[in-house]
Write a protein that binds this ligand. Structure first.
Ligand SMILES: Nc1ncnc2c1ncn2[C@@H]1O[C@H](COP(=O)(O)OP(=O)(O)O)[C@@H](O)[C@H]1O
Ligand SMILES: [Mg+2]
Length: 271
């Protein structure tokens, strides 16, 4: 049975869709997993646009409100599958999502849900349809307060939160630190992603950043996170990383958290 991972935040523009696209593409391309990425941002879907899918014949909206079989709306994008939404979204019942996904869970190793940023039934539908959540945040107070809210709602819905992605980090003194964010949310940070122009470029080219810039700074961090989410290792192949490994034994807190996550996964699989 595939694992459903929901990517959430109660704020737009923090990097949910980017995360869904890149984790999905990396799990498929580099780790040979069968992956489906679903646009669960029902009111303002734009996952398709990140991948050049503009006007698909069938969408998740058709699946939810016209009973179109879900397999008909799933599109192949190179190594992975995508379930896009209708750009001009129609009224649907978002809570049907979980039931529809149950029919196809067996066909995938991982299903990633790109969620809505609004705290309404849409994001709740993602929470209840997911086996595990990843919350995306950035190192500033307004986003942190939204992230704390998202974590609280997810805990109430009883969907485990694997951890946070700290995105768009510029390493400025005024930014909140990883420790401050972990302390405020009580959730481990699993990846720290720099603000990276390659991400913006890849959106303009409508391909995943992992394909546009396979050794880009942010992409490498996505690769490490993707590996941890399936209990595998990824060693940064860049020369700079090899030199750093040689001279420094200091590992970042996010790397420690990923190791703990991998150990937990191992334990779960043994049970
Ligand atoms: N690490 C990053 N560096 C630079 N730009 C980024 C990064 N992550 C996301 N972006 C850009 O920020 C914008 C919003 O990202 P998106 O994934 O659409 O956010 P959300 O889905 O949370 O609304 C996009 O233009 C995306 O390319
Ligand atoms: Mg989005």
């Amino acid at each position: 049975m595939g694992k459903v991972i929901g990517v959430i935040s109660i704020k737009g523009g923090v990097g949910k869709t980017t995360t869904a696209v890149n984790l999905g593409a990396i799990l498929a391309n580099e780790f040979n997993k069968k992956v489906l990425i679903v646009d669960a941002n029902f009111s303002a879907p734009n996952l398709g646009l990140h991948l050049g899918i503009v006007d698909p014949e069938f969408t998740l909206h058709d699946v939810l409100n016209k009973n179109v079989p879900i397999t008909k709306a799933i599109k192949k994008y190179e190594q992975f599958d995508v379930l896009p939404g209708a750009l001009l979204g129609r009224k649907i019942n978002p809570f049907e999502l979980k039931r529809k996904l149950n029919d196809i869970k067996k066909d995938y190793d991982v299903i990633i849900l790109d969620s809505s940023p609004t705290l309404n039934e849409e994001i709740i539908a993602t929470m209840v349809a997911s086996d595990q959540l990843i919350a995306v945040t950035s190192p500033d107070f307004p986003t942190l307060s939204c992230t704390m809210h998202a974590v609280k709602v997810a805990k109430r819905k009883k969907t485990p939160i694997a951890g946070l992605i700290l995105n768009k980090v510029r390493n400025k003194k005024f930014e909140l630190s990883l420790e401050e964010i972990e302390e405020a949310t009580d959730v481990p940070v699993l990846a720290v992603l720099p603000e990276d122009i390659k991400i913006l470029e890849s959106v303009a080219y409508t391909i995943p950043a992992s394909q546009h810039s396979p050794l880009g700074k942010a992409v490498i961090e996505y690769k490490k996170l993707a590996a941890a989410l399936i209990g595998e290792n990824y060693k940064d192949p860049r020369v700079i990383a090899k030199i750093k490994r040689l001279f420094s034994k200091n590992v970042g807190k996010e790397e420690v958290n990923r190791t703990l996550l991998k150990e937990k996964l191992k334990e779960e699989n043994l049970q």
